[in-house]
Design a protein around this ligand. Structure first.
Ligand SMILES: [Mg+2]
Ligand SMILES: [Zn+2]
Length: 159
């Protein structure tokens, strides 16, 4: 079994500005690379789980979200950081119900099964309670941070 750090995207990986979908608005947070490298050194897989209800609402296209994720993946690859998967929910209850939108834990459970993750040794870092809730429903410890804050602040919680 392995262990993982699961991260929310907006407000944790990149600056939260509400329905981020344009490349010029996708600003990677300053300490991210350094902290993710520390997680990798400690032996964690890295996984992103994000709610992207702007797609259901027609505010932007799934292809725009894919472009952002390609950009993020390219930037991280330059620093030897790899995400095992970037899961995102394209739904919103006003448009269609689903079981993947956080605080539902479907993507967490999928990741656990697919990558043989030990939830008791893993963490979900998010800036909303629905993030930590999604993790905890699947037995993954949640760490709630302030949006756009430095992940260095929580390094002490990660063994
Ligand atoms: Mg967020
Ligand atoms: Zn969904």
């Amino acid at each position: 079994m392995t262990k993982a750090i699961i991260l929310d995207r907006d407000g944790v990986i990149n600056v939260e500005r509400g329905y981020t979908h344009r490349l010029e608005d996708f600003v990677i947070l300053p300490d991210l690379v350094e902290v993710l490298q520390t997680f990798v050194q400690k032996g964690y897989l890295l996984i992103i789980i994000s709610n992207q209800s702007g797609i259901a609402k027609g505010l932007y296209l799934q292809s725009e979200t894919e472009l952002l994720h390609q950009y993020l993946t390219d930037e991280m690859t330059k620093n030897n950081i790899f995400f095992s998967e970037i899961y995102y929910c394209v739904h919103h209850p006003d448009v269609c119900n689903c079981i993947c939108r956080k605080p539902n834990s479907l993507f967490v459970e999928k990741a656990i099964a697919r990558f043989n993750i030990d939830p008791s040794k893993s963490f979900f870092i998010g800036d909303k309670e629905r993030d930590t809730e999604a993790g905890e429903k699947a037995g993954v410890k949640g760490i709630l941070i302030e949006a756009n804050s430095s992940l260095k602040n929580i390094l002490n919680y990660i063994p």
